[in-house]
Design a binder for this molecule. Structure first.
Ligand code: NDP
Length: 452
C-alpha cells in the first residue's frame, strides 16, 4: 500500500522536531509534521528558554549590588517588564523561525494545525484533510495541571507567566517542584513579594534531602517566604486582588497566584485509545523501550510518554526513534544517569542517586563540602555553595553528585560525564583541581561526613 508519507509527526516540540528532521534528512523519509500552536513546543515557547532568560533578568539586582561592593558606582534603577517582554518575544520569534527553517530545510512538510489519529495509518487535520502515513509519531508534550480548587479560574499557570501585562506586587506560587521553585526565585529577583505554598514537608521532593534543604534555606534568605505543609483551600476575587484561604488557617491577599502543580500528557481527544494505544493513569502514552506503542505503526516520544520529562531526553528519544525506524541504526534512548538542573537561585545541579535513594540500594560514603564562594564572600554575602558526592562503599563508584550554587547547572553537565563513565571517588581524587574555582571542591573532599 502506498502511503502519503513515511512518517507523520504530531507535535512540533523538542522530540517531534528532532525525529522529523532526522527521519527526513538522514533517513530519506517523506515526512510531515502538524503543530497546533507555535513551532518549538513547550521548551522553546513557554518553558526552558523563556524561563532561563527570566532567570538572567532576575539576577541583575544581585549582581549590581555585588558590583557596588567591588567598587563600581552603579544603581539598579527600575525593571521595565514591558521592555523585557518585547525582547523576549523577538527572541522566541527568532527561535521559532529557526526550528521551522530546520524542518523545511530537511524537506519536512509543516501543517500549522491540530491533528488527530483516525486509524493506525491515518492522520486527520483540523481542516478535515486526511493523510496516510506508514508511521505516526505522537510528540504532543504536556500541559499544566491545575487541581480543582474553588476560585481556580483566578490563578494562572506557567503558560501565562511569559505574557503577563505587568509584574504583580504580591505573588503566591503554589507547588514545590521545578516550575514553582524556579518562578518563586525569578519573581523574587524581579522585586515581587513572593510566597510559596507547598503541601509537603520540604520543596523539591525527589532531590537529595540535603541539597533541597540548602536551596530552600537560601531561597528564604533571599526573600521568598516558603510555607511548607500548606495548601490553598479557596481563592476569591476582591477589589484589590485575590484573597487566598489556606489550610494553615491564614487568609492572605495577592495580585497573582501561579499554580505550578505538575503537568499532564496531552493525549485528550487525539483518538488513540479506540485504536488500541494504551494510556496510563496520568493519560500518558504507554510505550516500550523503542518508544513504540501497542499499535506497531504508532510511536510516541517526549513528555506525552511521561518517562523523564526533560527536553534533552525528548530529543534523544526522537533521535533514537528516527535512527531505528528510518536510519537502519536500531538504538534505544538511554534513561540512565540523566543529569538535570533546577534554575532556582541558587541553582541545583544533580546527577545520579540522592543520598537517601543510594542508601536504600547499598552502603555508601557521603562527602560534603559547604563553603562561601570567594566572589560573593568578597561582596559581603552569606551565600553558601554545597557540593556532595554519594559513593558506593563496595565499588567506590560515585552514585550521585549534587551541587547547589552559582553555575551548578554548568558544573553538573561535566560531572555527569564522569559519573556516566562510572568514575570512582578515587578517579575524582586523582584529578588535579582547577584553582581558584568552586568546582575544585569536587576533587578535594578528603573525608566522608557519613558512612552507612
Ligand atoms: P513537579 O512534578 O516537579 O512538581 C509539582 C509540584 O506540585 C509538587 O511539589 C507537587 O507536590 C505539587 N502538587 C501536585 N499536585 C498538587 C495538588 N493537587 N495540590 C497541591 N500541590 C500539588 O512539576 P512541575 O510542574 O514543577 O514541572 C513539571 C516537569 O517539568 C518537571 O517534573 C520536570 O521534569 C520539567 N521541568 C524541568 C525543568 C528543568 O529541567 N529545569 C524546569 C521546569 C520543568 P508533591 O511533591 O507533594 O507531589
Amino acid at each position: 500500500m502506498a502511503f502519503d508519507y513515511d512518517l507523520f509527526v504530531i507535535g512540533g516540540g523538542s522530540g517531534g522536531v528532532r525525529a522529523a528532521r532526522i527521519a527526513a534528512s538522514e533517513g530519506g523519509a517523506k515526512v510531515a509534521l502538524a503543530e497546533e500552536y507555535r513551532m518549538g513546543g513547550t521548551c522553546v515557547i513557554r518553558g526552558c528558554v523563556p524561563k532561563k532568560l527570566m532567570v538572567y533578568a532576575s539576577e541583575y539586582p544581585g549582581l549590581i549590588e555585588d558590583a557596588r561592593a567591588y567598587g563600581w558606582k552603579v544603581e539598579a534603577g527600575a525593571f521595565n517588564w514591558g521592555h523585557f517582554r518585547v525582547q523576549l518575544e523577538a527572541e522566541l520569534n527568532r527561535l521559532e523561525a529557526a526550528y521551522r527553517g530546520g524542518l523545511t530545510g530537511a524537506g519536512v512538510e509543516i501543517f500549522d494545525q491540530r491533528a488527530t489519529v483516525a486509524d493506525p495509518h491515518t492522520v486527520e487535520l483540523a481542516d478535515g484533510r486526511r493523510f496516510t502515513a506508514k508511521h505516526i509519531l505522537i510528540a504532543t508534550g504536556g500541559r499544566p495541571f491545575m487541581p480543582d480548587v474553588p476560585g481556580a479560574e483566578l490563578a494562572v499557570t506557567s503558560n501565562e507567566m511569559f505574557r503577563l501585562d505587568m509584574l504583580p506586587k504580591r505573588a503566591l506560587v503554589v507547588g514545590g517542584g521545578f516550575i514553582a521553585s524556579e518562578f518563586a526565585c525569578i519573581l523574587n529577583g524581579l522585586g515581587v513579594d513572593v510566597c510559596q505554598y507547598y503541601r509537603g514537608a520540604q520543596i523539591l521532593r525527589g532531590f537529595d534531602d540535603e541539597a533541597r534543604g540548602h536551596v530552600a534555606t537560601a531561597m528564604q534568605a533571599a526573600g521568598v517566604t516558603i510555607h511548607c505543609g500548606t495548601d490553598v483551600l479557596r481563592m476569591e476575587k476582591t477589589h484589590t486582588g485575590i484573597r487566598v484561604v489556606a489550610t494553615d488557617g491564614t487568609e492572605r491577599e495577592f495580585d497573582l497566584v501561579l499554580y505550578a502543580t505538575g503537568r499532564k500528557p496531552n493525549t485528550a481527544g487525539l483518538g488513540l485509545e479506540p485504536l488500541g494505544v494504551e494510556l496510563g493513569r496520568n493519560g500518558e502514552v504507554k510505550v516500550d523501550e523503542w518508544s513504540q506503542t501497542a499499535v506497531p505503526s504508532i510511536y510516541a516520544v517526549g513528555d506525552v510518554t511521561d518517562r523523564i520529562n526533560l527536553t534533552p531526553v525528548a530529543i534523544r528519544e526522537g533521535h533514537a526513534f528516527a535512527d531505528t525506524v528510518f536510519g537502519g541504526k536500531p538504538r534505544k534512548a538511554d534513561h540512565e544517569l540523566v543529569a538535570s538542573a533546577v534554575f532556582t537561585q541558587p541553582e541545583l545541579g544533580t546527577v545520579g542517586l540522592s543520598e537517601e535513594a543510594a542508601r536504600e540500594q547499598e552502603p555508601v560514603e557521603v562527602y560534603v563540602a559547604s563553603f562561601r564562594p570567594m566572589q560573593t564572600l568578597f561582596a559581603g554575602r552569606q551565600d553558601r555553595v554545597m557540593m556532595k558526592l554519594v559513593v558506593s562503599q563496595s565499588s567506590r563508584k560515585v552514585l550521585g553528585c549534587h551541587i547547589v550554587g552559582p553555575g551548578a547547572g554548568e558544573m553538573i553537565q561535566l560531572a555527569a560525564v564522569a559519573v556516566k563513565m562510572g568514575a570512582t571517588k578515587e578517579d575524582f581524587d586523582r584529578t588535579v583541581a582547577v584553582h581558584p574555582t568552586m568546582a575544585e571542591e569536587l576533587v578535594t573532599m578528603r573525608n566522608p561526613v557519613r558512612r552507612g
